[in-house]
Every structure is written in C-alpha cells, then in structure tokens.
Design a protein around this ligand. Structure first.
Ligand SMILES: Cc1cc2nc3c(=O)[nH]c(=O)nc-3n(C[C@H](O)[C@H](O)[C@H](O)COP(=O)(O)OP(=O)(O)OC[C@H]3O[C@@H](n4cnc5c(N)ncnc54)[C@H](O)[C@@H]3O)c2cc1C
Length: 551
C-alpha cells in the first residue's frame, strides 16, 4: 500500500520549501509529502493520484495565490478526495476569507503564518487531524478498477473476462459514482469509450480488446514453442481433462482458448451432478482446480486467442490463430464446445450487454438486486441461472417454450419451491423493447395465443446450443447442425469416410482427418454434461497417444 499523501501548495517557493522541510521532518516516514507551486498544477497531479487510486490525507494550502486561491483549490480538490483534511495557510489579512471557507469547503483548520516553531504551532494541530483521518478514512481498493456503465457490452465483456480468469477487480459505474465519472474524464475526452481499466501502477487501458487486457494482466497469449505434440483448442472440461492427462504423461501440450478457461461449465454457479462433489461445486472453482492441475504438469494455456482455421500438411496439423500466428502439432483435439444462440429479433443485438445477456448470470446477477429479471430457457443451465439470480433479484420469470422445463428433477423441484421464481410454460418470446437498456419484453402463450408484456431490467438467455466447429468447417465431416462426426459415426456401409487414407478405421473420437480428434459438446452424439466432456477429454488423450506412436 503506497503511503498516503500530504499536499502542500504555495506559490512562494521559500515558504513552500520551508513547509515541505517541516512536514518531511515530522511526517515523512508515514506520509508522502508533495509540494506544488500552484492550485492548477496540484489539480492536475490529483488526477494522476486518482488514476493510481492513491489516498490523500491532508491538503495544506496557502490561501493567497495568484490564479487560483486556496479556497478555490479546495473546492475542486475535495470533490476527488472528500475525506482528506483541509488546512488553509493564511496571513492575518485573510482571516475573514478563512472563516468564510469553514462552511464553504468544510475547512478543518486555518493556520496563521508564520507557523514556527512547528512543534508548538504546526505538528499538534496536524497530528490531531491526521489521527482523526486515520480513524475515519476508507482506504481505497488496491487492485484493478474497471470503470464503465452497466449498459455497455464492452464493459460487460471486460468484467466477464476478469471474473472468468478469477482476477479480482473493483467495478465502478459512472452513472452511480461521480468520482468514477471524474476518473474517466481525467483520462479520455470520449466518455462513450468505455470501460477504462485502471491498474495499480497508474496505467490504464481504454476499451481494451481481450487480448490486450490479457497481456496487461499477465496472462499467456503467445505460445512458447512453434511445435507441440498435442494441441487442444478450447479449455472447457473436455479440453482441460485432455490437457491434464497429456501434461501428466510428459507430452508437450498447448491449450488455446479464445476467451477464458472453463467453457460453459465455468459459467455455472453450481454444478451439483458432477461425481465427487455431493454439495455441488461452482464452475469457477472447478476451473481453477483444473487449470492449476494442468499448469502443474507443464501445460501451456493461451487466453484470448482464437483458433481460426486448421490446415493439414503431411503429419503436421497447423492451427492459424486470430493474431495471424501459426502453431503446429502432430495431434489436435477440437474441444470447442457449444454456445447459446443469439436472439435474432429487432433490437436484441443493440441491447446485448445492456440488459440482454447470454448465459452470463454469474457475472451480472448482483447488478440486478431487487429488480425484475427474466430467464429464457428450460434446460439445466437456465434453471441454474434462475436459481442463482433469485438470490439477488426481486422476481425471476422463466420463459419455457415447451409444456414443462427439461432441466433435471432436482433443479425443477428447487425452482418450484422458490417463491421468487415464476415459470411460464408454452411461452414464446415475441419482442424486446428499450431505448438504451432493456425495459420491457412481450411474450405469447402458444396455447391460448394471449400476449403479455412485462417490465424487465435484464434478460438472461440460455437457449439454442450451437456447436463451435467453424475452425474445421472445411476440413472434417460434420452433421447438418455443425456437430463434428467421429469414430463409428463416420462409417457408412462399413466404409470409412471419403478421402480417408489409412488402413485402419477412424478411432473412437477421431474425426474424418487422421490425427484430428474431437471431444465434448462440439462432438456429434455427446450428452452435454460436464462429466461426459471430462470423460471424452480423457479418452481423446489416450487415443492421441496411440496415434502419436504410429508417426
Ligand atoms: C450455465 C451452464 C450450467 C451448466 N450446468 C451443468 C451442470 O450442472 N452439470 C452438467 O453436467 N453440465 C452442465 N452444463 C453443461 C456443461 O457445462 C457442458 O456440457 C460442458 O461445459 C461442455 O464442455 P466442453 O469442454 O465440451 O465445451 P465448453 O464448456 O463449451 O468449452 C469450450 C471452450 O472452447 C472455447 N472455444 C470455442 N471455439 C474456440 C476457438 N475457435 N478457439 C479457441 N477457443 C475456442 C470456448 O471459449 C470455451 O471456453 C452447464 C452449461 C451451462 C452453460
């Protein structure tokens, strides 16, 4: 924690030097003494201190200064540091101004010049003020601060990225916090370019992309080697399971993740049906454990790097990344999972991140305390989202297209018992409305054809899971929905797929290209569960090991 600051401001350099000397002698050990020769320069410096989140304990300011007098300076300065003690240094002639300012800027004291000897006329007064400051001050947050607005997609993405990487941060909303707004104005003329991420070093990033942010917070975004035995694309449960086995058996193993480790499971507030965790485990806890396990075995995990395309050259499988770089390997596992459909109705795209969220209940739930929210979907993920949101929201309406939810029984029971949750079956979402933020939605009952409009501060969408298989779309065989076909699913009339050159058939989780495997939610025939993904990841590694032996 940096030392709190004592500011002393005077345009007369001999007085300034003398005050500085006295302050340094008595307070230098515990406080940083900052002498400045004008109010304007001091205000500029205050902006820097705010950006670094430093604390100011005391302003000791001369009143009679040419461009900005002491009271005028304090008027501005206390907006940034309302808790700092304020002392005005005055000449006898300025006594009335000092008395007037007691109310104006809630002056704590005015000191008459000269203040010597300081042991009698300066230190006892400042000691008392600083003691009082220490008792009442709320020390600032020392970590990363994200300043933005709740109604912006980039702000949501940055928060989600940091949360998913389990990097602590403080969220400051410029619409609720005038200091936060000031902080933004001190950095950027474009108040619309949010969020701004402030680091404890005093540096900041304006609306960073995820790769820039990842690099700044020290995450690995570039591979250390040009070639690996095994590359895994996707760090959900399937990818991480394969990586743990690959690393533990000494293979050079790299995981490429476009967002943050954990995949869909990482966004689950509580996974209650995964073996070995009778009271459930949160997705971020499971992810943290799996990531440290993989890293312990020497696996590299790249964050905020998207695998765009895969090429095949002889025995090499080459992965092209979004930053234009390439990595090659002998065995590749596609464990890119699935993601939710985005709503196609008018207005939905504009309101994404401004009240409409896709499966992100975990990150945003607390912002909707005591408000009415909606959940769209009836499967396990939607039910978990609804139950988690009900801890904060006033009411959670769950829109279910079918006659009843398809979630597991224990989740349906929990929703039925929860007084804050109302399930609306046979219900279709018709319209979303809101100027800058989501305000209302209209739904239709598909049996009665009746429509209803609800006020809603936020809507969390958990429908229409789509496999994320675009990176191999032109390379491996997929079904019409995009799920990757593997093993027996590739055999038609006892024949391997067209173009298959090996004498053996594709292995259980091998795709139509030898050496490229698929596991988890992206694979045709999987069961969309954490345990299945982990199991398939483990099997995929065993098969890749067999494959590598043949090269
Ligand atoms: C909210 C929620 C709650 C759930 N709760 C449960 C539960 O309680 N129990 C249960 O058994 N199951 C649950 N599930 C389902 C379970 O999480 C999934 O079945 C499981 O996560 C699938 O794992 P996966 O590794 O195959 O894919 P995913 O978890 O989808 O992970 C895929 C990863 O690949 C990354 N990726 C995608 N494309 C690329 C690319 N081109 N380049 C780089 N990276 C890429 C993604 O960013 C993602 O991190 C839940 C799902 C959700 C959404």
């Amino acid at each position: 924690m940096p030392k709190p600051v004592i500011f002393t401001i005077d345009d007369d350099s001999s007085v300034l030097n003398s005050v500085e000397r006295d302050l340094r002698a008595h307070y230098g050990q515990d406080y940083r003494i900052l002498p400045i020769d004008s109010g304007g320069a001091a205000l500029d410096y205050l902006k820097k201190l705010q950006q670094r989140n430093d604390t100011v304990a005391l302003f000791l300011v001369d009143h009679r200064m040419p461009t900005m007098n002491g009271v005028e300076f304090l008027e501005q300065a206390i907006k940034a540091y309302p808790q700092a003690k304020r002392v005005l240094l005055t000449a006898y002639a300025d006594t009335q101004a000092a008395i007037d300012s007691i109310n104006e800027v809630r002056l704590d004291y005015y000191l008459m010049k000269p203040w010597h000897p300081p042991e009698e006329r300066l230190y006892p007064i400042l000691d008392e003020l600083l003691e009082d400051w220490k008792i009442h001050v709320r020390l600032p947050y020392e970590g990363i601060r994200v300043v933005g607005t709740l109604w912006s997609l980039p702000s949501h993405q940055v928060k989600d990225f940091l949360t998913r990487h389990q990097i602590p941060y403080q969220w400051l909303d410029i619409e609720k916090d005038s200091n936060a707004r000031q902080l933004v104005e001190g950095i950027s003329a474009e108040i619309s370019k949010l969020p701004i991420v402030f680091f404890p070093t005093g540096q900041s990033l304006i609306q960073p992309d995820l790769k820039e942010l990842a690099e700044k917070v020290g995450l690995q975004t570039r591979a250390a080697l040009p070639f690996y035995d095994i590359v895994v694309v996707g760090s959900g449960p399937a990818g991480l399971a394969a990586a743990v086995y690959g690393g533990s058996e000494g293979y050079r193993c790299l995981v490429i993740e476009r967002a943050a480790p954990g995949g869909q499971a990482g966004s689950s507030p509580k996974i209650e049906n995964y073996l070995g965790f009778p009271t459930g485990i949160s997705g971020d806890d499971l992810t943290r454990r799996a990531v440290s396990q993989a890293k312990r075995f020497g696996v590299e995990i790249l964050s905020a790097q998207e695998a765009k395309q895969v090429l095949v050259k002889d025995s090499y499988r080459i992965i092209q990344l979004s930053d234009g770089s390439e990595i090659s390997c002998h065995a590749l596992l596609v464990a890119t999972g699935a993601s939710f459909h985005t709503l196609k109705m008018p207005g939905a795209a504009e309101l994404t991140g401004a009240g409409i969220y896709y499966g992100a209940a975990y990150t945003e739930a607390m912002n909707y305390k005591d408000q009415d929210v909606l959940v769209v979907g009836g499967a396990n993920s939607a039910a978990q989202g609804a139950l988690y949101l009900s801890q904060f929201a006033r009411q959670v309406r769950v829109l279910i297209r079918g006659p009843q939810p398809t979630a597991s029984k224990y989740l349906i029971d929990a929703m039925e018992e929860n007084k804050k949750i109302e399930m609306l079956s046979n219900t279709d979402l018709m319209e979303v409305k809101g100027r800058n933020t989501l305000e209302q939605i209209t739904v239709k009952n598909t049996i009665s054809n009746e429509t209803q409009t609800f006020d809603a501060a936020a809507m969390f969408v958990f429908i229409g899971v789509r496999p994320q298989s675009q990176l191999v779309a032109d390379l491996v065989k997929r079904d019409e929905k995009g799920y990757i076909l593997t093993g027996l699913n590739l055999i038609v009339d006892k024949k391997p797929p067209q173009g298959w050159t090996l004498e053996r058939d594709p292995l259980l989780l091998e795709t139509s290209i030898p050496g490229i495997f698929a596991a988890g939610d992206v694979r045709f025939g999987t069961s969309h569960r954490v345990a299945s993904a982990v199991g398939e990841g483990a099997i995929a590694f065993a098969l890749m090991k067999e494959y590598l032996k043949t090269l």
